[in-house]
Design a protein around this ligand. Structure first.
Ligand code: AHR
Length: 656
């Protein structure tokens, strides 16, 4: 920390030496309405965000359908992998037969995702599809074990299951309650007695999932999403939508219906970064499109599915032949139309019926659909045009989201924006992972955007600190500063979602992310709190907010690193966000003009700062850096305050 910051932290800077900034807020004429979708979230199965993360399944490769059928499993005795199982799209299963001697055993152990982690006294629901062989009753024992422990204490919970002798596949369920915690536990299953048994789709879930659902989500992680009160939920990616090749693209139809029959797909993030190689990273699709729609509904966010546009990942495929030719796009366009029917069709439609049979008779009321992720060049509009024509013809009310490519500016961006206008998409998805200097220079980014063309969706962004591409407070602070520009331009920016949501501390590929977790704990980052402060204080209408010279406060020359924006809420409260990105404490004078006969009547101040700008919350110290709130008196129409160096403030003024 430099000397000025140290002094600031110690409160030793005298008021006489501080810079002073005037912030004029025009409360007389509320501006654009804040879209309910403005602050949202972006989910991708990266960093073990779904399998091994939000999706609470604890068994890896539960259906034996990874390319190496026993990946994640250790087998002992006589275990055969067979492929004529009851679920045609996941055909593999295992047969356990008697190893021949009473003291020998046949069975398998599953290592889970970075361990099978359990808590003492908590319930875990085990289930398996099983079949007796030769119509002879068989028995298996199921255990949760601590492999590091010796003797009887190795087995933390166990139960036997009798497999009836009818030779049919049936689902068997038990609940296990471990007597001790274990971090790197395993699930062990072995044959008891001489009769063989077939096992398929072996599953272990905590009983206590989000909303107690059977095929549920991890409670702490789903709750963290709900606590953000997001207005929009973009899923399932990101590059994962496109696929490394056509076979591995994200096909939403493979992710609905009974979980047992959702075919496993590889996860591109298992090999995308050679230095972060995770050969056991696949997509089970247990968390599929039905679950994503349901989650959107639960957390009150509009769903925003992204579908593949016929272009596989352009970063990984520089050859035009890798993509779907324009004249062969129809099946992909049909997938898009069918998805809208799945979400919105009634139960008499083919796909509406699938949704209804999964448990949601009422439509999900889908309003937005993104076609493509980070595409570029003429390959994209050529394909997008076909999708736009077909979607407009059948579902004219659906808002279509196109993309401006992977860059925040430059050739690709400059080519695609006019193309998006030509195709009359409703929104354009912009992505920017950029350094500090970019964020500091973008305070006016949207001020001059064309108000007549498509709206903006800032679909993925994060401050990638120079030499510090990880979560830390200063990056979050600059994101907060940048967001004043989003808020001020809420008439043209309809939605904004930060970088990926989740990252497992032992299995990440991409930083920064909003929420870090291990198998038992999670930490909300500083960037999470910035998003939450905006979301909880989004208000109803933008208020014009300028410096003494009438210019927006965007950290420009003469504004000494101060960014600010303000809104009026439904109850008349005025919410002002001020970010001091400079290294000096300063004073600001907020003039709230046009209050008519009303006046300020108290203020709730939330401040967010960190004594270490490079630090963030961790699973070991999840509450190290959290916003602080206090109340103060306020009256008249002027309020003066000291804004400390490197601090984000939200002032919520009561007006009476
Ligand atoms: O967020 C990780 C990746 O970053 C996304 O998959 C992609 O859209 C972007 O390049």
């Amino acid at each position: 920390m430099n000397k000025i910051l140290t002094l600031a932290a110690l409160g030793m800077l005298s008021v006489a030496s501080v810079a002073q900034t005037t912030i004029n807020i025009d409360a007389k004429k509320p501006g654009a309405a804040i879209p309910s979708t403005l602050y949202g979230i972006f989910f991708e199965d990266i960093n073990y965000g779904a399998d091994g993360g939000l999706y609470a399944e604890m068994v890896k490769n539960r259906s034996f359908d990874f390319p190496q059928a026993l990946l994640g499993w250790t087998s002992f005795g006589h275990v055969d992998v067979r492929n004529d199982g009851p679920f045609e799209r996941n055909p593999h299963y295992v047969r356990l037969t008697d190893p021949g001697h009473g003291e020998k055993r046949t069975g398998l152990e599953n290592e889970g995702f970075f361990g099978v982690t359990v808590k003492a006294g908590a319930d875990y629901n085990f289930s398996v599809w099983a079949r007796s062989v030769d119509q002879k009753e068989a028995k298996i024992r199921v255990e949760i074990i601590d492999p590091a422990s010796m003797g009887e204490s190795q087995v933390l919970a166990h139960k036997d299951i009798t497999i009836i002798d009818n030779g049919e596949w049936n689902k068997y369920k038990i609940t296990l309650t471990p007597k001790q915690d274990v971090k790197r536990g395993k699930l062990r299953i072995f044959l008891v007695g001489k009769n063989s048994v077939d096992l398929e789709h072996v599953s272990l879930f905590p009983a206590d999932t989000w909303k107690g659902r059977e095929n549920g989500m991890r409670k702490d992680l789903a709750q963290a999403l709900a606590d953000l009160h997001p207005g929009i939920f973009r899923f399932p990616g990101g590059c994962i939508v496109e696929g490394t090749d056509l076979d591995t693209r994200y096909n939403w139809k493979n992710t609905v219906g009974p979980v047992e029959n959702r075919p496993v797909n590889e996860n591109r993030w298992h090999y995308t970064f050679p230095h972060r190689f995770y050969p056991d990273y696949f997509q089970s699709y247990g968390l599929g499109f039905y679950e994503y729609f349901l989650l959107s509904e639960d957390i009150g966010a509009e769903p925003l599915p992204v579908i593949m546009c016929g272009l596989v990942c352009q970063f990984q495929n520089r050859n035009d032949d890798a993509h779907v030719p324009v004249n062969e796009l129809q099946p992909y366009i049909d997938d898009a139309l069918d998805l809208i029917e799945f979400a919105n069709g009634d139960e008499n439609t083919k796909w509406g019926k699938v949704r209804s049979e999964m448990g949601h008779k009422e439509p999900f009321n889908l309003k937005y659909l993104a076609v493509g992720n980070e595409q570029w060049g003429s390959l994209y509009p050529e394909r997008l045009e076909k999708f736009v024509t077909a979607i407009r013809a059948k579902y004219p009310k659906i808002k279509i989201v196109g993309t401006s490519g992977p860059d925040s500016e430059g050739d690709k961006f400059d080519y695609l924006w006019p193309e998006m206008r030509r195709l009359k998409v409703d929104l354009v998805d912009e992505h920017f992972y950029r350094p500090e200097s970019w964020f500091l220079a973008q305070g006016n980014r949207y001020d001059n955007y064309d108000r007549k063309g498509p709206k903006v969706f800032a679909g993925e962004y994060a401050c990638h600190g120079k030499g510090k591409k990880w979560n830390h407070f200063n990056a979050a602070l600059l994101e907060a500063a940048f967001m004043t520009n989003i808020e001020r331009n809420a008439d043209v920016v309809e939605m904004a979602t930060y970088a990926p949501l989740f990252a497992h501390v032992e299995g990440w590929q991409w930083r920064p992310d909003m929420i870090w977790f291990d198998n038992a704990r999670s930490a909300r980052t500083c960037s999470y709190y910035v998003q939450q402060l905006y979301s909880l204080n989004k208000g109803k209408n933008v208020l014009k907010t300028t410096d003494a010279a009438g210019k927006p406060l965007a950290g420009n020359d003469g504004q000494k690193g101060i960014f600010a924006s303000s809104v009026v809420d439904a109850d008349g409260s005025i919410i002002v966000k001020v970010i001091n990105t400079s290294e000096e404490n300063q004073t600001v004078t907020l003039n709230v003009n046009g209050l008519k006969k009303k006046a300020l009547a108290g203020v709730t101040i939330t401040s967010f700062s960190s004594s270490n700008l490079d630090a963030d919350n961790t699973v070991d110290a999840p509450d190290a850096i959290v916003p602080q709130t206090k109340n103060e008196a306020a009256s008249g129409n002027t309020y003066s305050a000291t804004v400390n160096a490197k601090t984000f403030y939200v002032y919520r003024f009561e007006v009476k």
